[in-house]
Design a protein around this ligand. Structure first.
Ligand code: PEP
Length: 250
């Protein structure tokens, strides 16, 4: 089985001014200088350029938190993949549950965004996850399979192999509740099976867990065979906590 490099990403959501972003990067870099992991920071659009410049020459990569599928057009308030690439942004989070819940992001829109991201050479971090009601109803796998099949519907198997998947149970995001290691492993293994059935190089795809990952629980989650990293919200705002999670990833 190929070795998968651990992938640890901080999703800042709508947090941090440009000055605060600069402070974070300056504090983070010395703390993770020796890491072998892929370390990614996902600032709001306004702080992307600052983070890109501050991390130049380091292993830290930069991701946006969303993008529009068209290259340009009459889409007030939106930002396109080529605009992100022009800033030297390397990746983009797509389908975060907050975008699905508050901004009407649909699986159909994601099926258009994923090919657009790859065409621009942005690495997509696709978020999928079930609600608490779906889990309680025993529908977790059904929900995830539907999201994956639709969201990845515009990609061939080689393109799917270039996507990073983040499993984020909605009930665990920002709640302090974490999936148990058994739940995280079970779902991430299921996701890998779905990717394999789509013909992708499933053993090479990084599958992240996200949902209240903290320095105190990261090592246990990151040691699971099908969990290849984390998408971190709250703990990703603090350079010390985030560096501790990077450390736990090895
Ligand atoms: C997230 O926003 O993707 C997330 C996982 O948040 P938190 O770590 O705060 O639960």
């Amino acid at each position: 089985m190929p070795e998968r490099t651990p992938y640890i990403a901080a999703n800042w959501k709508m947090h941090k001014t440009v000055a605060e972003a600069a402070e974070f990067v300056d504090a983070l870099l010395p703390r993770i200088a020796a890491t072998q992991c892929d370390v990614v920071v996902c600032p709001p659009f306004t702080a992307l350029a600052e983070v890109v410049e501050r991390r130049r020459g380091t292993a830290v990569r930069v991701a946006a938190q969303n993008m529009h599928e068209e290259e340009s057009g009459a889409y007030t308030g939106e930002v396109s993949a080529p605009m992100l690439v022009e800033l030297d942004v390397e990746a983009v989070v797509l389908g975060h549950s907050e975008r699905r819940q508050h901004f009407g992001e649909t699986d159909e829109a994601l099926a258009r965004k994923l090919p657009a991201a790859l065409a621009a050479d942005l690495e997509p971090i696709l978020c999928v996850g079930e609600s608490e009601a779906a889990r309680d109803a025993g529908e977790t796998e059904e929900v995830l399979e539907r999201q994956l099949q639709t969201d990845l519907g515009g990609l061939d198997s080689a393109q799917i192999s270039r996507v990073v998947i983040a499993y984020e149970p909605i009930w665990a995001i920002g709640t302090g509740r974490t999936a148990t290691p058994e739940q995280a492993q079970e779902v991430c293994a299921f996701i890998r099976d779905v990717l394999r059935m789509r013909g992708a190089a499933a053993d090479e795809i990084r599958i992240l867990y996200g949902g209240s990952m903290k320095p105190g629980n990261a090592a246990e989650l990151l040691a699971l065979p099908d969990v290849d990293g984390g998408l971190i919200g709250g703990a990703g705002l603090d350079p010390e906590d985030f560096a501790a999670i990077v450390d736990a990833a090895g």
